[in-house]
Design a binder for this molecule. Structure first.
Ligand code: ZN
Length: 290
């Protein structure tokens, strides 16, 4: 490729140094700069990237656009290895259409930032990007079991409400989506849907749907583990109690300890539960009692 003509921009895109992170986790160039992930690992990487651009601009070394050849070759390399344009798009913060336009030579130039983000994608990294959708589906179903309609979860994971039910049918899911579902799950599992924008009817419908389908709730999974294990079948899992009984028993234990004046910390400690969970259940139980 361009070995003799070393324009600063062309040279730059070939150097993975200067803050370009080719690993694909949070804090990588792809996620932080391309997809603009706002998490605490990605934000500093994005700032560092911006500072580098400003510095190069200051030296007059930054070209906003560069020849698309190298970027196109890299996209084609990934694509031929079985990575879809959509996966490349998802990882680089571009649209599927933009990736296709580069790949099919519709555009001859790309933004330098786009080139750097694309070149930071590695095949190994991309292959680590998908995983079985089992855990994601179970988390969504568990949220339904405590009263969150699928559509109400969608905004929390940046998904179209119409697309979210696909997750429970598709075999594989992007790791970024799976991660977002974990975050939403952890935040939402202890919240009361009715206090957070879900109608009473919507919440009841969801809980009934989950009951009919036999979808365990978050606490059941907390007790049983294996939520991400496709080989684990909740329907045939050996268990002394089903999840409704389990939840009732937990509530009784919590009330019992609370009646002796134990605070949330002590209850959480003694029952091996999360403090947030205990606080949420105490609040529920007091509401029922009131
Ligand atoms: Zn991030």
């Amino acid at each position: 490729m361009t070995t003799s003509t070393q324009s600063p921009a062309a040279g730059m895109t070939r150097l993975p140094a200067a803050g370009i992170q080719t690993d694909h986790g949070h804090g990588s160039t792809a996620l932080a700069v391309g997809a603009r992930c706002p998490c605490e690992k990605c934000r500093p990487v994005h700032s560092a990237y911006r500072r580098r651009v400003y510095r190069l601009q200051g030296y007059g070394l930054w070209q906003p656009h560069i020849d698309a050849t190298q970027t196109r070759e890299h996209i084609n390399y990934l694509h031929q290895a079985g990575i879809s344009y959509l996966q490349i798009a998802e990882q680089s913060g571009l649209s599927g259409n933009q990736v296709r336009r580069i790949a099919h030579k519709v555009v001859k130039q790309v933004r330098t930032e786009t080139a750097e983000v694309i070149l930071a994608l590695t095949l190994e990294g991309m292959r680590r990007k998908v995983l079985p959708a089992t855990g994601s589906a179970r988390r969504l179903q568990a949220l339904v079991a405590v009263g969150w309609p699928f559509a109400s979860v969608a905004p929390h994971i940046g998904m179209d409400p119409r697309g979210i039910t696909r997750v429970i049918h598709q075999p594989y899911i992007f790791r970024t989506t799976a991660d977002a579902i974990v975050v939403a799950f952890e935040q939402m599992k202890n919240l009361k849907p009715e206090d957070n924008g879900v109608s009473l009817i919507g919440a009841q419908k969801s809980r009934r749907l989950a009951e009919r389908r036999g979808w365990p709730d978050p606490l059941w999974w907390e007790d049983m583990g294996h939520i991400d294990n496709p080989a684990f079948d909740p329907a045939t899992a050996e268990r002394p109690l089903n999840f409704h009984e389990q939840a009732r028993l937990r509530a009784e234990e919590i009330l019992h300890l609370a009646s002796y004046g134990a605070g949330p910390d002590e209850i959480a400690e003694r029952l091996g539960l999360g403090r947030d969970y205990v606080v949420a259940r105490l609040r529920d139980l007091r509401e029922v009692a009131a």
